[in-house]
Design a protein around this ligand. Structure first.
Ligand code: CA
Length: 382
């Protein structure tokens, strides 16, 4: 060993030792991380709450059926995966109209649908969904969240062990698809139209014949002449359904559903079993979906309408004034009879009516006045 080599020996030894210490430290750190990670994962697997959501829509149905999917995604993200909601389409666990009972009985923890499907059990539910010639989407949401609507809705559903939340809105719908032109009230006489709920009742009072059938049967029924007309939702959904292939005329405005609110219904026991932060996440995710769905419809409806008219040659028509006036008169009678039939419906109607009169007055000088001003033609003489 030379002198130089002898001098280098302590340095090399020191370097080797340092390397050994670093390797050991890395190994120890890795073990700690692994064990910590496993324990954390294990704790989280134990803590995760799984909910089933039953819906009245086909799985991933545009607009209406995407609301539940978006809700599930947002709840999972906001809770860091602690609450996971599995969405089932209509018919997968229970039939579409079995959602109310399924959630009420705890077969599923949560459901998504429209309140007017359960009018037979809860007559007041019409007021929380859609009243013909009633609220627009903005007005519906305002009444529910700031006008006392939600408290009444919860009161109406409490006997069924359910807590409702507003769950989306399509905005003003279309009056529907007709295979013949409607030029006056006379053309409505005996017309067979698929139109559910209170809208159907009103249509019958105005001289038509209302028929109820699931969405899946509309296309064939219209094609084969079983019905002369049908309403569904609006351009975005109706285009997807292909209704323009079986009817020539597309009428507006959707007097029967001017701002229908969908709903999330949660089993009360399941909701109360959640920690406070997850309860808040459920409530806030529903609130987001309520607005988000309206935004999606607003964005997509006009694009779909343009395609229907410009590509598919659909004839867009406004319902004649005498038809609108007759329907509105019939709607007033039908709503008052419904309210008189049930104490809870009467209570909901009183609150609805008071808010309606006020907001209608205010919207005349705000929303309505602004839209009229925006569309006002300049006087060519000026
Ligand atoms: Ca409809």
């Amino acid at each position: 060993m030379t002198v130089n080599e002898r001098r280098l020996l302590p340095l090399v030894t020191l370097l080797l030792l340092a390397l050994l210490v670093a390797t050991l430290a890395a190994w120890v750190l890795d073990r700690v991380n692994r064990e910590g990670g496993t324990a954390d994962q294990q704790r989280r697997t134990e803590d995760v709450i799984h909910w089933k959501m039953v819906t009245t829509w086909p799985k991933n149905f545009p607009g209406l059926g995407l609301g539940p999917e978006n809700f599930a995604r947002r709840v999972k993200e906001m809770s860091g995966g602690r609450l996971q909601v599995q969405v089932y389409g209509g018919g997968e666990i229970v039939p579409p109209f079995g959602v109310f009972d399924a959630v009420s009985q705890g077969v599923a923890e949560i459901g998504h649908g429209a309140g007017y499907y359960w009018t037979g059990k809860v007559p007041a539910s019409v007021f929380f969904t859609a009243v013909p010639f009633g609220f627009t989407a903005i007005e519906t949401s305002a009444w529910i969240h700031y006008g006392g609507g939600l408290e009444l809705w919860r009161k109406a559903y409490a006997p069924f062990n359910l807590i409702p939340f507003a769950g989306g809105n399509s905005g003003v719908q279309m009056a529907g698809w007709f295979n013949r032109e409607i030029n006056s009230l006379e053309d409505m006489k005996g017309l067979k139209m698929r139109i559910p709920g209170l809208g159907g009742e009103v249509f019958t009072r105005a001289g038509g014949v209302a028929v109820t059938m699931p969405g899946g049967e509309l296309y064939t029924s219209l094609q084969t002449g079983v019905i002369d007309a049908t309403e569904w939702v609006g351009p975005y959904n109706d285009l997807a359904m292909g209704l323009h292939e079986v009817a020539e005329y597309y009428y507006y405005p959707g007097w029967q559903e001017p701002g229908p609110s969908l709903e999330f219904i949660v089993n009360k026991d399941a909701f109360e079993a959640l920690p406070a932060d997850l309860q808040s996440i459920v409530e806030n995710a529903a609130r987001v979906i309520n607005q988000d769905m309206l935004d999606e419809y607003t964005a997509r409806n006009n694009r779909a309408l343009t395609e229907l008219v410009e590509v598919h040659g659909v004839k867009l028509r406004r319902l004649p004034d005498d038809v609108i006036v007759a329907l509105r008169t019939a709607a007033q009678e039908a709503v008052e009879e419904l309210a008189a039939s049930d104490p809870m419906a009467a209570e909901a109607y009183a609150s609805f009516r008071e808010f309606y009169d006020g907001v209608k007055h205010y919207h005349r000088i705000s929303e309505q006045a602004y839209i009229n001003a925006r569309d006002l033609e300049a006087d060519p003489g000026q």
